[in-house]
Design a protein around this ligand. Structure first.
Ligand code: AMP
Length: 461
């Protein structure tokens, strides 16, 4: 037999398949090494969670409480896209904010050349939606809340400081009445209290009106012109002098300690507003501490500014920031509309809940686990399981098992009862039902299973 040489075209094909296969092989082995992006993490089914952040049950609990407390106050949930035009946030957080200056905003360009951003905060998107849907014609105030992921390109992600984290955000839009500032703070206090937080402190301050800020910034620039400030504070002094008060640098803090505070610069109306907010809160027995040096990183804040801190969650003690932002909607192209709002970081609240010993109920366990003792019973038990799931949490195996192994699986599932089905049970149209806690076993007719479970969940069995 004559051996013919392999044609070139086939050789090329083989070699390219070979290259692809080895490339896939390499990909396959590196795929095993993929991890969540630095500064992000997974929220897992609770039984797999090693940390409160990862525990899905805790997240459900937080959102349930938020939904109930805010829902009862007529605050409606609004879901805005994670992606917005970057300009929305540049306007809302301000050119001089850390988010813009320190390039914390994740931006991308779409095919049409538009600059988009993953939201670094909620308020900008909420106000964009408020304007876009003409919500200013609704009765005022319009009360909205949001939940979801927030993205910031933090340089050094760590516990309590992530690149993707989550906030619950709340806005009361349309009134400049100090009663709305006090209501916003009360709602926040009620949500956090309902979540079980005990060791939190609400700090209340005021950044005054724009002219007060101008005067205060002027004072800071003049006073600190020759001071030996850190590099960051020098930069802040140029762009947003008030932020120097936020410095974490020890020697900056010494310098700042003796300076006049924003509260000393309030005009008469801003002072009256501040006093009225405090009066309401005291009438309603909401404990707050006046903090005369509270400043906000975001440019749109006016008058009321507040923070909630929890002292046992480490360096990142701020749970929540909020305040009044009367100039914002206008700067985004809407009509002159005042508003007040807040946002808390869910991860930090989860940490605080853990520190305050808050426990959350375990997720539901199956009441019953079906065990098939022969092949025919696999389909039968699954069918029975599907029917009962209209009423209860039911699990089942997928292959025939010996009774011992089947009971072991039932036990591992956390079920209270195991229902076994084999030839004898098929003939009797029944199940052997074993109480996995007491060991007691009874025969239950197929059509009686539902009633049996109903009685046993009422504790009558
Ligand atoms: P801010 O929008 O900066 O006023 O932040 C409001 C709240 O969000 C803070 O008080 C924190 O609880 C939370 N927060 C802000 N940045 C982060 C972050 N990088 N990681 C986790 N939580 C954060």
């Amino acid at each position: 037999m004559k051996i013919r040489p392999i044609p070139n075209i086939l050789l090329n094909l083989y070699s390219s398949i070979f290259t692809l296969q080895s490339a896939l092989h390499v990909l396959d082995s590196t795929a095993m090494k993929f991890r969540a992006v630095k500064g992000t993490y997974d929220i897992l089914p609770s039984n797999l969670a090693k940390d409160v952040y990862e525990d899905q049950n805790r997240w459900h609990y937080v959102y349930e409480v938020v939904n109930r407390v805010l829902g009862h106050a007529g605050v409606k949930e609004l879901t805005t896209p994670v992606l917005e035009q970057a300009e929305v946030f540049v306007k809302s957080v301000g050119e001089s904010s850390d988010i813009v200056v320190q390039k914390e905003m994740y931006t991308l360009q779409d095919a049409g050349g538009r600059l988009l951003a993953l939201r670094p905060e909620f308020t900008g998107g909420v106000m964009r939606a408020f304007i876009e849907h003409g919500l200013h014609v609704q009765p005022m105030p319009v009360k909205l809340w949001n939940r979801g992921p927030i993205f910031r390109a933090e340089v050094q992600p760590q516990r309590g400081r992530f690149r993707q984290f989550h906030q619950v955000n709340c806005e009361i839009i349309g009134l400049d009445n100090p009663a709305t500032d006090a209501e916003a703070i009360t709602l926040l206090y009620n949500v956090l209290s309902e979540l079980g937080l005990k060791n939190m402190v609400v700090k209340l301050g005021s950044v005054g009106d724009p002219q007060d800020r101008v005067a205060y910034n002027q004072y800071l620039r003049e006073t600190l012109e020759h001071a030996k400030l850190s590099e960051t504070s020098r930069e802040r002094l140029k762009l947003n002098p008030m932020r120097v008060l936020d410095s974490k640098d020890k020697s900056d803090q010494e310098i700042v300690k003796v300076l006049k505070k924003p509260l000393e610069f309030l005009n008469t109306e801003a002072r009256a507003h501040f006093d009225a907010v405090q009066k309401y809160l005291s009438d309603w027995e909401i404990p707050v501490e006046v903090d005369d040096s509270i400043v906000r990183g975001l440019d749109y804040y006016r008058r009321t500014a507040f923070e909630v801190h929890h002292n046992s969650i480490g360096a990142q003690s701020a749970l929540c920031g909020g305040g009044r932002y009367d100039g914002l909607i206008e700067s985004l192209g809407g009509s002159k509309t005042p508003g007040v709002g807040w946002a808390f970081g869910v991860e930090r609240v989860l940490d605080a809940m853990q520190q305050d010993g808050v426990t959350v109920a375990e997720s539901s366990k199956p009441i019953l686990y079906f065990v098939a003792l022969d092949d025919e019973a696999v389909s039968e038990t699954m069918k029975a399981s599907f029917a009962l799931r209209n009423y209860h949490h039911i699990q089942h195996g997928y292959t025939a098992r010996k009774p011992g192994k089947g009971l072991q699986e039932a036990d591992r599932s956390g079920a209270t009862y195991a229902a076994l089905r084999g030839k004898v049970e098929r003939e009797n149209q029944s199940y052997q039902v074993k109480n996995l806690r007491s060991g007691e076993q009874v025969e239950v007719k197929e059509n009686e299973l539902k009633n049996f479970l109903e009685r046993s969940t009422k504790g009558e069995e």
